[in-house]
Ligand binder design. Sequence first.
Ligand SMILES: NC(=O)c1ccc[n+]([C@@H]2O[C@H](COP(=O)([O-])OP(=O)(O)OC[C@H]3O[C@@H](n4cnc5c(N)ncnc54)[C@H](OP(=O)(O)O)[C@@H]3O)[C@@H](O)[C@H]2O)c1
Length: 255
Amino acid sequence: MKVGILGVGNLASYLVQGAQKGGHAFVLSPRGVEKAAELAARFGCEVAESNQALVDECDHILVCLPAAEGEVILRGLVFRKGQVVCSAMAAKVKLEDLRLSVAPAEVTLSMMPGYANAFSVGPTFLYPKGSVWAEFFADCGPVHELPDAHSFETAVVFGAMSGASVFLMRHLAAWYEAEGLNPAVARSLVAETLRGNAEVFLQSDKSLDAICNGVGTPGGITEQMVSHLRQDGALESWHHAMTSILHRIAPDRKL
Ligand SMILES: NC(=O)c1ccc[n+]([C@@H]2O[C@H](COP(=O)([O-])OP(=O)(O)OC[C@H]3O[C@@H](n4cnc5c(N)ncnc54)[C@H](OP(=O)(O)O)[C@@H]3O)[C@@H](O)[C@H]2O)c1
């Protein structure tokens, strides 16, 4: 695929890195010259003369623009039939609005964690199903195609959940450091523990409740820690925070 990327910031650089094994040719939008030049030098990408030149040159266009301005920027460009646009703009999940902005091109919506995609381990959620972009994102981690707008909007919350979990991981590592553990050991301890538990979720055939029951011994330290977290509202707080993100993404949704 020849993939044009509009908006060359952090996400674009993660995806270009993650998708390398696909052997795609990348054409980058010129704004953010330093990042575009760095990516061009590192991965052999082309830098377009303008956003419109990029759209004219590519059939596959990945939109990594700031969500607040993205739609206006897209409306200022001329697309043609046969092009397939993929939007990674987190908050902009209304398919109908984007369709109008890039008509007569087709549109797919996507959500991914970002940095994890650079290492080809970040999941990507796509809507609607059956897009050619599934093949592209498969090089950046597992791909899930969702059947309807409602489930896509719900899944999109994971972008914030993913980012917040990175902050949680840093917070946990900092605790071990403050208690005297070597920083590299603290970092590995947190990462390997959570990666191990993630594998349990992926590989065990037990229900999530059964897994939880199995990891906590009555009267043991897990029970004490979970009870403390519950008392402080720490677990419930994640629930409220995720609901607030869903409300931002889907303000019309009855919550
Ligand atoms: N970062 C992530 O991990 C992640 C994950 C999932 C989804 N997303 C979504 O992806 C989008 C990009 O996020 P990001 O973190 O990569 O943001 P970013 O680092 O700020 O990158 C956005 C880039 O778009 C450029 N830009 C702004 N207006 C432009 C225009 N008219 N033409 C061409 N380029 C223009 C910006 O240039 P200037 O710097 O010159 O303004 C900047 O280089 C957002 O909608 C975000 O919600 C990000």
